[in-house]
Write a protein that binds this ligand. Structure first.
Ligand SMILES: O=P(O)(O)OC[C@H]1O[C@](O)(COP(=O)(O)O)[C@@H](O)[C@@H]1O
Ligand SMILES: [Mn+2]
Length: 664
């Protein structure tokens, strides 16, 4: 026993209150010992697999596919088990079944002549793959993941050891009876979902779930039901969060982006927000305006009739003007945001149809501003006010939207440190020389930089949503959340300005440029990354930064791996609107016990093709870092916690043994 000296006993006495609490959970020496042995066993298991995705931008189908195939992980497992005896075609078929069991079974029933034989072979194969996938976990963890209905049977089948081959008959009898009682389909579905569940232990979403594509709300529903997920907020996510909190400028911007991509389904069908008030308003004030610059972009595959497009263009322009007005209000009430250059509406010469930007006059390609009073350009007309009030009411009262945003708050944050990786969406504000930029927050003028800046922003975002009983703090929190969407020192945005107005109203492309933060030059430097790791309390030798936000133009030879492998950017463009520039459909990352794997995906055609033609996304896997020694749970953050728990339990044992606490 380590505790023999008086000092040691004194140590124990100091922890007495805590140890007494712990003794309620482990009331005897035997129970504490059992727990120590269990925890010790977990520490020796291989590290489980993490999966990193980012910039999903409403592309539900591709997201869903990558999630189901675990970025190629499921196929890898099948190949490991059956690579020698199954053909490529059979492997593909089994993989498709595991990804989409319900749909695939329907097809099988139409095609398969000897369904009983197929069931037998398939169930056997699924059991073998699930054994492989469960290998890293304790029985207890696997048990928790099992569907209740088949829990007992699956456990029996999975834990058959090689020495138990005489049990062969027993197992085939189980399989036969599953088939006989007509539960084979349900069993196959349950097994497939179990494999999906086991292959990925933790999902990280490095921001930008929302906007552009049509299915953000479905992505959110999937995440809500996922077994283990964290989210690092992206600029598009915080925009929706601010809107759901009641920030009027953010509500207008969310709707503007939906109209820009003709994506009204998300807002109307997904979140039940009625767009009729905006449509009637737009027809009344922009009825004769063709709103040419506001024709929606349709790269995301959304199909619309000509008449719909005409109406959406008018809604798009109407809400854009309202956005510019409401943004003006924030910029004026928060001078420390330093965004005066975005006070666009007062820079317009309404008689001449021109605008002055940075001392230069530009011609506007559209001069119809029926709701703007040049004397007070930011003032909403009565009708605009009514409209915004209605929209705000809908946002605040959309049950589903509020549920999704609360999930983003509970499972999300500005950044995350996880197993020696530092995850954040965009950047860290830095000066040209690489020092962390000091940014003013609040009217007191207090400055924050580096990690402290991220931490402060994280708190303010939450205040913007939750601080109902302090309206001033709530408004400030909402304004900051909006700032995170578009402000020059926002770590989630990372550009000097968002030239939304210019891209609609000025032809000269020079004005459309958005200058990226110094961070994006310095991200190539290992030295910079090392400074960042120090700042966030991570080991510079073993850590990585994982970012999203900036589409990697792999078509033009850009690499997602920067700073000697210290920084990885995984925005390769799930977003169809960006695939032309990136040339691929995104990068994802997996981190298993053998190391980091970067996967680049070709564009995904459709779920239907994936099922019917067994067309998986073609993806290329690149080993980024291979562990010299296989990583164990003991090497992870969770492992560190378990080690602490073991220490506590050992103290409890000592307390029992010297009679400081009595067994119960
Ligand atoms: O492609 P769109 O719809 O014109 O949006 C462009 C705007 O989106 C942004 O790129 C921000 O969105 P991302 O975070 O996806 O990059 C702005 O910098 C830019 O002004
Ligand atoms: Mn982004």
């Amino acid at each position: 026993m380590p505790y023999s000296s008086e000092d040691a006993v004194l140590d124990l006495k100091q922890e007495l209150r805590y140890l007494k609490l712990l003794s309620k959970q482990f009331p005897t020496i035997a129970s504490a010992c059992t727990e120590i042995i269990n925890l010790q066993a977990i520490l020796n298991l291989p590290k489980s697999t993490e999966h990193f995705l980012s910039d999903i931008h409403g592309e539900y189908e591709s997201f869903n596919h990558v999630l189901r195939n675990g970025s190629g992980n499921i196929k890898r497992k099948i190949t490991e088990v059956f690579g020698d005896i199954m053909s490529e075609k059979e492997i593909k078929s089994l993989a498709t079944l595991i990804y989409y069991p319900e749909q695939k079974l329907e097809i099988i029933h139409k095609q398969e002549e000897n369904i009983e034989e197929w069931y037998k072979i398939t169930i056997y194969r699924l059991i073998e793959v699930s054994r492989k996938a469960a290998f890293k976990y304790t029985r207890m963890k696997v048990r928790k993941a099992l569907p209740a209905e088949f829990a007992y049977i699956i456990e029996e089948l999975m834990h058959r050891g090689p020495e138990e081959y005489d049990k062969e008959e027993y197992y085939s009898e189980i399989i036969n009876s599953i088939i006989r009682v007509g539960r084979a389909d349900e069993f196959i579905i349950a097994m497939s979902k179990l494999i999906q569940r086991l292959v990925i232990d933790r999902l990280h979403i490095v921001g930008d779930i929302f906007d552009r594509g049509p299915g953000a709300e479905k992505v959110m529903e999937t995440l809500l039901n996922y077994h283990s997920v964290d989210i690092q907020w992206g600029n598009h996510d915080v925009l929706w969060m601010a809107a759901a909190a009641g920030s009027e400028a953010s509500i207008a911007t969310v709707i503007r982006i939906c109209t820009r991509y003709a994506n009204l389904d998300t807002i109307e069908d997904g979140y039940g927000i009625n767009m009729l008030p905006l449509a009637t308003f737009a027809l009344e004030f922009y009825g004769d305006d063709e709103c040419v610059q506001f024709k929606p972009k349709l790269e995301n595959g959304i199909v619309c009739t000509d008449n719909d497009l005409k109406l959406i263009a008018k809604m798009h322009k109407a809400i854009s003007v309202i956005q510019f007005k409401l943004e003006g209000e924030i910029i004026k009430r928060r001078p420390h945001f330093c965004m005066e250059d975005r006070l666009i509406l007062e820079k317009i010469n309404y008689d001449e149809g021109t605008i002055e930007l940075s001392g230069k006059i530009y011609k506007l390609n559209d001069t119809n501003f029926p709701t703007v009073d040049p004397m007070s350009p930011y003032k909403l007309t009565k009708e605009e006010r009514d409209l915004i009030d209605k929209l705000k009411f809908s946002f605040l009262n959309s049950e589903k939207l509020q549920k999704h945003i609360r999930f983003l708050l509970s499972n999300g944050s500005m950044y995350l440190k996880f197993n020696s990786n530092l995850l954040y969406h965009g950047c860290i504000p830095v000066n040209e020389d690489g020092t962390f930029k000091k940014v003013k927050i609040g009217s007191s003028g207090k400055c924050y930089s580096g990690k402290a800046y991220f931490d402060r922003l994280d708190t303010l975002v939450r205040e913007g949503y939750f601080h109902e009983n302090n309206p001033e703090a709530k408004l400030y929190g909402m304004d900051i959340t909006w700032y995170l969407w578009t402000g020059p020192d926002s770590p989630l945005f990372g550009k000097d300005k968002m030239t939304t107005f210019e891209r609609y109203f000025i032809d000269d492309k020079e004005t459309h440029k958005e200058k990226k933060s110094h961070y994006f030059k310095l991200e190539e430097s290992e030295k910079m990354c090392r400074i960042i790791f120090e700042e966030f309390g991570l080991n510079p030798d073993t850590s990585h930064i994982i970012n999203g936000h900036v589409p990697v133009k792999s078509k033009s030879g850009e690499s997602p791996i920067k700073a000697n492998g210290k920084l990885i950017v995984i925005d390769g463009g799930f977003s169809k609107a960006y695939q032309g520039t990136t040339g691929i459909a995104g990068y994802t990352l997996t981190y298993n016990s053998y190391g980091l794997l970067l996967v680049s995906h070709d564009p995904f055609e459709s779920t239907q093709k994936a099922i019917e033609e067994e067309k998986d996304i073609h993806s290329t896997t690149m080993v980024l870092e291979k562990e010299l020694e296989r990583k164990r749970v003991r090497d992870t953050d969770n492992g560190k916690e378990i080690t602490e728990q073991i220490k506590d339990l050992e103290m409890l044992l000592d307390a029992y043994r010297i009679g400081l606490i009595k067994e119960q």
